[in-house]
Write a protein that binds this ligand. Structure first.
Ligand SMILES: NC(=O)c1ccc[n+]([C@@H]2O[C@H](COP(=O)([O-])OP(=O)(O)OC[C@H]3O[C@@H](n4cnc5c(N)ncnc54)[C@H](OP(=O)(O)O)[C@@H]3O)[C@@H](O)[C@H]2O)c1
Length: 368
C-alpha cells in the first residue's frame, strides 16, 4: 500500500515519514508540501538520506496515488483533503483538531475560532484514541468511509492515565487536576518567540493557564469513559526544556469507598494502609489495560518519566496515593511526536486495515 502524508515537512509529518518508512505493510510513500514542492524529503531533512527518498508533490496528487492519507496540517486547513479522500473512498487520518469533536461543532468553533467547512464529513469521523474507541474505529472503517480525528498530545497522556480510575469507580465526584509538561516539538516547526532558544532552553514555562484548547478535548474523553458522572477538569500545561515528551500528573479525589478510614488529612509515613491500597488500585489499572500493547503500567515505586518512552508509541503509567490516602496521583508519560501524534496515527491505520496493531511501532524507547 502507498501511504500519503500531507504536510510532510512539519514535525508531525516528518515523524510520520520516519515511522511509515519502516512499516511492513507500507510499500511506498507519497508526500506533499507547499513550501518545498518539487524538492525531495531527504533534502529538507538530511537525516532521511539513504533511508527515505521521495519527492514532495501537491496534496491532490498524494491523495490520487495513495491507499490511506495522513494529514499533518494546522487546524482549519485540511478539510478539503478529507472530502477528496471520502470521495475516493480511502481513509483520512487527520492529526489536527478538525475532526476530534465530531458533531459538536459548537465546542470546536468556540475553541478554534472557526466553523466546520464541510459539516457533513462528521458522519464519517471518529475520535482516534484506540484504547477508548478501537471498536468504533473498526466499525466506521467497515462502513466503507472513515475519517480519524487523531487525538491531541496532552489529551492522550491525561486520558490514558485517568481512564481506569473513571471506569472502575475509583474517582469521586470532584474535579480532576491535570498538570502536564511538554517538549518543545509540541509547538511545531514554525519559529516563534516562545520557542526561541534563550527563552525556553533553561526554564519550565506555564502557558495558556486556564485557557488551553486541549481542556475541552480532555473533558470529552473523560465523559466518554465515565458516562454520566464525568468529573470536571483543571488543566495546566507547561513547556519543558526538552525536544520531545509529555509528562502528565493527574490528581483524582478518591470515591468515598476508597478513602482512607483514617483520612484526617494529616500525612502519614509510607507503608501500611497507603501501600496496601495503592497495590489494589494498581491491580485495577493492570486489569483494565491487560490487553493494551502500548500501555506499560510501572512496578510499585517507579514513577513514569518522559525519557523512558522517547521515540516510542508507549504510554508509561504509574499510580500513587497521597500520604493522607484521599487523592490518587497518576503519572503518565508519552512521546508527544509518537503516541501523541504520528505513532498514534499509524496505530489508527493498523486498526482500520486490520494489521497487527503494533506494526511499524515496535521500536524500543531511546533513553538518551
Ligand atoms: N507537534 C506535535 O507534537 C503534535 C502533536 C499532536 C498533534 N499535532 C498536530 O499535528 C499538526 C501538525 O503539527 P506540527 O507540529 O507538525 O506543525 P508544523 O511543524 O508547523 O507543520 C505543519 C506543516 O503544515 C504545512 N502548512 C502550514 N500552514 C499551511 C497551510 N495554511 N496550508 C497548507 N499547509 C500548511 C507546512 O508545511 P509546508 O509549507 O511544507 O506545506 C508546515 O510545515 C497540527 O494540527 C498539530 O496540532 C502536533
Amino acid at each position: 500500500m502507498i501511504a500519503g502524508v500531507i504536510g510532510a515537512t512539519g514535525y508531525a509529518g516528518a515523524e510520520l515519514v520516519r515511522l511509515l518508512s519502516g512499516h511492513p505493510e507500507v510499500k511506498g510513500l507519497a508526500l506533499s508540501s507547499v513550501s518545498y514542492e518539487g524538492d525531495r524529503i531527504e533534502a529538507v531533512y538530511p537525516n532521511f538520506s539513504k533511508g527515505v527518498s521521495a519527492a514532495l508533490d501537491k496534496a491532490e496528487r498524494v491523495i490520487k496515488n495513495s491507499g490511506v492519507v495522513f494529514s499533518a496540517l494546522p487546524h482549519g486547513v485540511g478539510e478539503d483533503y478529507g472530502k477528496l479522500c471520502m470521495e475516493k473512498g480511502i481513509p483520512f487520518i487527520d492529526l489536527s483538531a478538525d475532526f476530534r469533536f465530531g458533531e459538536d461543532e459548537e465546542t470546536y468553533t468556540a475553541w478554534y475560532g472557526k466553523p466546520y467547512k464541510h459539516p457533513d464529513l462528521r458522519a464519517y469521523a471518529v475520535y482516534g484514541l484506540p484504547e477508548l474507541n478501537r471498536r468504533k474505529i473498526k466499525d466506521r472503517a467497515a462502513g466503507g468511509r472513515v475519517i480519524v480525528g487523531n487525538p491531541g498530545c496532552y489529551p492522550t497522556a491525561a486520558s490514558l492515565g485517568v481512564f481506569p480510575a473513571l471506569a472502575r469507580g475509583l474517582a469521586g465526584p470532584g474535579t480532576v487536576i491535570v498538570d502536564a509538561a511538554s517538549g518543545i516539538t509540541g509547538g511545531g516547526r514554525e519559529p516563534g518567540r516562545a520557542f526561541h532558544y534563550p527563552e525556553c532552553a533553561d526554564a519550565v514555562i506555564p502557558y495558556k493557564v486556564g485557557s488551553h484548547r486541549h481542556t475541552p478535548e480532555i473533558s470529552r474523553t473523560f465523559a466518554a469513559m465515565a458516562g454520566g458522572n464525568a468529573p470536571g477538569v483543571i488543566f495546566t500545561p507547561h513547556l519543558a526544556p526538552m525536544n520531545r515528551g509529555i509528562l502528565s500528573t493527574s490528581y483524582i479525589s478518591l470515591a468515598e469507598s476508597w478513602q482512607s478510614r483514617a483520612a484526617s488529612g494529616a500525612p502519614r509515613p509510607p507503608g501500611g494502609e497507603i501501600e496496601e491500597k495503592t497495590g489494589k488500585i494498581r491491580e485495577l489499572y493492570a486489569e483494565f489495560y491487560r490487553d493494551e500493547p502500548f500501555i506499560r503500567l510501572l512496578p510499585p515505586g517507579i514513577a513514569a518519566a518522559s525519557n523512558r518512552v522517547r521515540q516510542s508509541n508507549f504510554c508509561d503509567i504509574s499510580v500513587h496515593l497521597d500520604q493522607a490516602g484521599t487523592t490518587l496521583i497518576v503519572l503518565s508519560a508519552i512521546d508527544n511526536m509518537v503516541k501523541g501524534a504520528a505513532g498514534q496515527a499509524v496505530q489508527n491505520m493498523n486498526v482500520i486495515f486490520g494489521f497487527d496493531e503494533t506494526a511499524g511501532l515496535t521500536a524500543i524507547p531511546s533513553l538518551f
